[in-house]
Design a protein around this ligand. Sequence first.
Ligand code: FAD
Ligand code: MLT
Ligand code: ZN
Length: 487
Amino acid sequence: RSTQFTKPTIDHVNHLRSILSSPASLLTTLDGSSTSGELDAFNSDWMGKYHGSSPLVLKPRSTSEVSEIMRYCNSRNLALVPQGGNTGLVGGSNPVYDEVILSLSNLNSVRSFDKVSGILVADAGVVLESADNYLAERGFIFPLDLGAKGSCQIGGNVAANAGGLRLLRYGSLRGSVLGLEVVLPDGTIWNGLSKLRKDNTGLDLKQLFIGSEGTLGIITAISILCPRRPLATNVAVFSLPSYEAVQAVYAEARSRLGEILSAFEFFDSGSYGFVKQHQAHNGGSKKVFETEGEFYCLIETGGSNAEHDEGKMTALLEHLMGNEMVLDGVLAQDETQIKELWSLREGITESIGKLGKVYKYDLSVPVEKMYGLVEIMRERLRERGLYKEDGSGIVIGVIGYGHMGDGNLHLNVVSKEWSDDVQQAIEPYVYELVAENSGSISAEHGLGIMKAPYISYSKSTESVEMMKRIKQMFDPKGLLNPYKYIV
Ligand code: FAD
Ligand code: MLT
Ligand code: ZN
């Protein structure tokens, strides 16, 4: 724990309480008004891997309350961690020691929506699924979708620069986000909520906060360009014999589906096995394929003409089956089946999280090299006696899945227990492998506390030095989300 930071005390609590408009906006164990159990969900991460011991959670209801809190904490050298839906996968959203937790969950209103331009302005704490439902009622779609949509917040998505399942179609948030409102560490409110698509007057400051993981300022609202919701959606899942076949099908899908291709996701038989096992535990596993494979891919189309899109998807299916490029394929017939097929892919993270302790690596490497990394890691853990095919080793799965269209592999090692032996067998070796392939050690999940020490595997000394200078400029006392990101 850095001695530069003050420990939160009852005096701080009393002052912070006077800033907040509602008594329910403050939880603390310092005066016994809350139990440590009530603070557990804020102190621990989604994976159950990282745990802090903050005695204080603040849930402001307005940007001005956030500003007052920041001003006060800055004046008292109190460190803070911003928290959205707390679904991050790199230990970025939890305190490491006793940092004050600033939850954005009470900032949760839509401020405006323009149905001509499709521009949504909303508070940072709006849950992604709620934002998307709001847009669906108006014929629009949020240009980001991911498995944690029911809990994650749009401010957290922007802070993490999340990628998700449809980046292939809608691009990165860096392109869709038009503006931000941010409270700086000294309490200054920066109203950068632009609604302009084109603006070349000076530096594009919002980009500094997108993907800054709560280290430069608190995002309190976003302005984002939302596309029209596709009128027709088709989803197909295929079983395949090899990773080479997945690549060949990806090339065919791009050329035959063209502009209506909205997602191309892949997963291996290990991932599929965990999802089926988890579904079976919950009494809901259905047979999907006559012939299962070593690999699977999910293809989604989104367009404006159902007949035209179905024709293209069916032609692709016939081509792939006719030329024996796939082992089997299922085309969803209705909305329920679309959800069932998506759950095979979206359900992986939750399934492995329920069945073991998961070491997660979110990597960018050239598409043709992606799965090789999983095989190398599996072999390494096997050689060390940690992974055994019959399940008797501590490691019960070394699996790969991800966003094929984005060159983004999720390499996951599923273990019976958290273990130093497993961790040391994987790290930093996995980052060395990525660096050899000129890849990125964090494609979309960010650095958090997990990857902060390893940034130099992907970024040059000069890049890291510039990032440190930017941090120093915004947050000279280093109070915002310390011990993370760049250390
Ligand atoms: P949190 O987890 O609360 O925070 C994430 C980071 O942003 C932290 O560093 C936090 O301090 C900071 N932060 C949060 N809110 C703010 C704010 N308002 N201002 C400043 N800083 C803030 N990620 C992907 O990229 N693609 C995926 O497909 C994907 N799928 C997922 C599926 C599951 C089941 C889960 C559990 C996670 C997944 N994630 C994925 C990871 C995660 O990044 C996203 O869920 C999401 O972007 C995090 O949003 P959140 O509101 O939960 O943020
Ligand atoms: C995904 O693509 O499913 C998410 O990024 C979460 C994960 O990596 O498990
Ligand atoms: Zn992902």
